[in-house]
Design a protein around this ligand. Structure first.
Ligand code: RIB
Ligand code: CA
Length: 322
């Protein structure tokens, strides 16, 4: 039994790893990739998605729809200081590469209307596309089987600010709309979960590099900038919250602790913009999300390493660096 999924992404670094896992895991049936403004420039994110499909040897095998190029209210904020261009400077001949004409928001609405209750969405960037879709069609949340969101922190530190995790910080208003729209939400937070169970340390990265496959080489390229940034801020390796979000959907047996909680998003304070206030069940607030609190980190690493060990035939060669 496969799991139909749409990946809504601001494609850079671990977003690329998520697309790899979705396209390689036989449990997953990736119906679409929808692009949203987030990590790096929008057009660079589209390039990163094509580079990822190229490394898989799957260029053109999944439709890419272009969604919102900016947050619903506040100006876009970049994470290029963290991810560089998101793909380690890789380039391929882009002749003939295409994306769909239909807007990403309309694709989310159409695909879920054609298969109500069947498709899950893994949202691993700012939630702009999801929020605009829910505003345009209030019946949208009810026909999404499950919405797995990477974002926020569970009474823990942010990353772009002390309180704000990047996805919720970039578009806090979209995040508030989504958490109030009636989706069946599973939340994969930055802290403490990602920092505890989804950081690949140098020895693990060396193991992946030693695999010597096109996917392991691509993984090294896309993670290089983020590794340098992470280590500069005291995180001992590369962070993988996006690929963990897809893994939680495909392999729930890896989840070792979770709880239904109420999640609310701060939009008005610059100091705490994007903060996810997650109640621990003593404030009389109706839960609106299943919050993942711990996973089997070793099993998660082994799962991704197994995927990266699979040999693929990239569609196109990489161009020499200018
Ligand atoms: O805070 C981590 C999140 O922000 C990840 O999804 C990363 O790709 C960036 O989008
Ligand atoms: Ca992301």
């Amino acid at each position: 039994m496969t799991i139909p999924v749409i990946i809504d992404t601001d494609t850079a670094q671990d977003d690329c790893v998520t697309i790899i896992a979705g396209m390689m895991d036989p449990v997953a049936e990736v119906r679409a990739i929808t692009m949203v403004a987030g990590n790096v420039g929008f057009d660079q994110q589209v390039r990163n998605a094509h580079l990822t499909l190229n490394a898989l040897g799957m260029l053109g095998e999944v439709p890419i729809f272009l969604g919102c190029r900016r947050p619903v209210l506040v100006p876009w904020v970049s994470a290029e200081n963290v991810h560089g261009d998101g793909s380690g400077g890789l380039r391929i001949d882009e002749q003939g590469l295409r994306t769909e004409d239909e807007h990403g928001v309309d694709a989310l609405l159409r695909l879920t209307a054609e298969a109500p209750g069947e498709i899950s969405i893994v949202a691993i960037g700012p939630l702009t596309n999801l929020a605009v879709a829910a505003i345009k069609d209030p019946t949208f949340p009810a026909r999404v089987k499950r919405l797995v969101i990477m974002g926020g922190s569970n009474n823990g530190r942010g990353n772009i600010t002390p309180a704000g995790e990047f996805n919720f910080y970039v578009d806090p208003h979209a995040a508030r709309i989504v958490f109030e729209a009636g989706f069946d939400i599973t939340l994969v937070p930055w802290a403490p979960l990602t920092l505890n169970d989804a950081v690949f340390k140098r020895d693990q990265l060396a193991e992946i590099a030693s695999l010597g496959t096109p996917l392991s080489e691509f993984f090294g390229h896309v993670c290089a900038s983020t590794l340098a940034f992470d280590e500069s801020v005291g995180i001992p390796g590369t962070t993988h919250p996006d690929s963990l979000s897809l893994t939680v959907l495909l392999h729930p047996e890896l989840v070792t602790r979770s709880a239904r909680q109420h999640v609310a998003i701060e939009c008005d304070s610059e100091l705490t913009r994007g903060y996810s206030a997650i109640s621990w069940g003593v404030h009389g607030l109706e839960p609106n999300a299943e919050v993942i609190e711990a996973v089997d980190g070793e099993a998660f690493y082994a799962y991704l390493k197994g995927i990266l060990a699979t040999r693929t035939e990239p569609n196109r060669p990489y161009l020499a660096r200018g």
